[in-house]
Ligand binder design. Structure first.
Ligand code: NAP
Length: 526
């Protein structure tokens, strides 16, 4: 427990909300400027997403060589990634290593949830209140809650009556959940559901997967690394570290440059096969740009992936249910999978098509759909998040003249480049809507860019004796217009998913993430 009495006496330069990827780097960066900084996090440890999402099978879909910090050569040299796609445990170990290596913990208040942040125009400072009684007075507030930190826990009729165990993947108990020989139901087949299903199927007695929308997924190839692999990857760090800022989506792999339909059909097929066989997200993030805006190109790639799904599932009826038909490939987040589709060939796994037989209620014994009751010992909600906005709405932000962010965002969610919000001076917002971070960027790349931008901005203010910074309403409007103009040319902005907020009842249908590409975003920020 922190010493509350000492802490709240000291006026701070910055309060950072969240001790995940962005929060730790922001702390390190501002400390380097000599600022007094405190990080507040509701979790008991560092890691953010990688602290909370400890569900079975949780792992990154970004390779470790681009899912890491670039600020310290020593760190790059010392940390030994064990595999291409680190699992939750390895990722969490990494963040703990970083926290210890750079002595970050002394400035972090764990188990502390920020409840409100109120701007005082007379002092030109923020007052931050938390649920532990810790109050902080600070010049700047920097949000680092991550775009996917507010779990969506749908309330099914009768949910409270369930006598078994019901858990959301993003609030997975740290001590684990015993699934051995249990009858388990998983609701949700997004990136999370896919990982849970393929991981727990061999260990449970019976698994029932409740699918509302079928999902595309690409098979993951996840080699373990030995010293020689790591040496080869390290040797490439100088070029990797340059490349990530220049690709559309913050990975180190450039996309295809030839227009899709300028390539003969058989050659197109060959290229798709090569991208597919890569075992990475290359088909999506470094494939053909037309997939995102040209319905004909998207159709061809979608058909290619549908074929691959059908090939792997033995029962043609099950294969049809698992084959997405209501949206195109890449218009929702494409996960990597490791045996997901073949899991449905197992005798202990059933698939329930919620489009045909919707959930009516949760009962004492399990889940009742329109086709009958399925008895379960454990229900796992892999139902996702209130993305982009959820973390912000959990805090009562009050800006200039007491204006409430919750009320403002009921009318319209607005930010300036996902970095600041008009009416909320000295509030910097990593992972906010309308930056690429939430969806169209390898998060670590974009978060590091945002942290660097914020750090340089604060440094500039201090060096130039400026106390307050706030975007104008006009600048905000310009960014939103630019964001919408690009978004509306894409198929993504027309598709239902968390990217467009359509997974949350009443949320405005608008693409949350900037889709003009990282280089354009960086240029605009500059
Ligand atoms: P998600 O993509 O939003 O998927 C949620 C799933 O739950 C969907 O299948 C959704 O169906 C279903 N669902 C939600 N409410 C439901 C209801 N009331 N009844 C029935 N089904 C319901 O969430 P997620 O899988 O947690 O993934 C969110 C994001 O986290 C990912 O897109 C990714 O960015 C990140 N993530 C990354 C990794 C990784 O890097 N490997 C792993 C996990 C998550 P509908 O589609 O019909 O709404």
């Amino acid at each position: 427990m922190n010493n509350v009495a000492t802490l709240d006496q000291q006026p701070l330069d910055a309060v950072i909300i969240g001790a995940g990827f962005a929060g730790l780097y922001q702390l390190w960066s501002l400390r380097k400027l000599g600022l007094r900084v405190r990080v507040v996090d509701a979790a008991a440890g560092v890691g953010g997403t990688w602290y909370w999402n400890s569900y079975p099978g949780a792992r990154t879909d970004s390779p470790s060589n681009v899912y890491q910090y670039w600020f310290s050569d020593e760190l790059l040299e010392e940390w030994n990634w064990q595999q291409r796609y680190p699992d939750q445990q390895e990722s969490e170990r990494y963040f703990n290593y970083v926290a210890d290596r750079f002595d970050l913990r002394k400035d972090i208040s764990f188990n502390t949830r920020v409840e409100s942040a109120t701007w005082d125009d007379s002092t030109r400072r923020w007052n931050v209140k938390t649920d532990t009684g810790l109050t902080l007075n600070t010049q700047f507030v920097i949000t680092a809650m991550g775009p996917l930190s507010a779990p969506l826990v749908p309330m099914f009729k009768g949910q409270e009556s369930f006598k078994g165990r019901l858990v959301h993947t993003a609030r997975w108990p740290r001590e684990g959940v015993d699934l051995k020989a249990k009858r388990v139901g998983v609701i949700g087949t997004g990136a999370t559901g896919i990982q849970v299903v393929q991981t727990i199927a061999p260990e449970v007695a019976h698994l029932t997967v409740f699918q509302r929308t079928a999902n595309y997924a690409v098979p993951m190839i996840n080699p373990r690394y030995d010293d020689a692999d790591r040496a080869a990857i390290r040797a490439k760090y100088p070029e990797t570290r340059k490349a990530i800022w220049t690709t559309f989506i913050g990975f180190d792999i450039p996309g295809q440059t030839r227009p899709f339909f300028s390539i003969p059909a058989d050659e197109r097929r060959e290229i798709l096969e090569t991208l597919w066989a890569d075992g990475t997200l290359r088909l999506w993030v470094a494939g053909f740009a037309e997939v995102f805006f040209d319905p004909a190109a998207n159709h061809e790639v979608s058909e290619f992936v549908r074929e691959k799904i059908r090939e792997r599932v033995k029962d043609p009826k099950v294969a049809e249910i698992l084959t997405p038909k209501d949206h195109g490939f890449g218009t929702r987040r494409v996960p990597l999978e490791n045996g997901y589709f073949t899991t449905f060939n197992r005798p202990n796994v059933d698939l329930v098509d919620l489009r045909a037989t919707p959930i009516e209620c949760i009962t004492e014994k399990g889940i009742r759909t329109s086709a009958g009751e399925i008895e379960l010992d454990v229900i796992i909600l892999a139902t996702g998040f209130d993305a982009g906005t959820g973390g912000f709405l959990a805090i009562d932000f009050r800006g200039r003249n007491g204006v409430s962010l919750r009320e403002e965002w009921k009318k319209e969610v607005r930010t300036t480049m996902g970095l600041q919000i008009h009416g909320f001076p000295n509030l910097f917002t990593t992972s906010a809507p309308y930056a690429p971070v939430a969806a169209f960027c390898n998060a670590p790349t974009c978060l590091q860019h945002q942290v660097q931008w914020i750090t340089e901005c604060i440094d500039y203010l201090h060096k130039n004796d400026r106390a307050v910074i706030e975007p104008t309403a006009e600048a905000e409007q310009r960014w939103l217009a630019h964001h919408d103009e690009i978004a509306n040319q894409t198929l993504v902005a027309k598709t239902k998913s968390w990217y467009t907020g359509s997974n949350i009842e009443g949320k405005h249908f608008r693409l949350l993430s900037y889709i003009g590409g990282l280089p354009a975003y960086i240029e605009a920020c500059d």
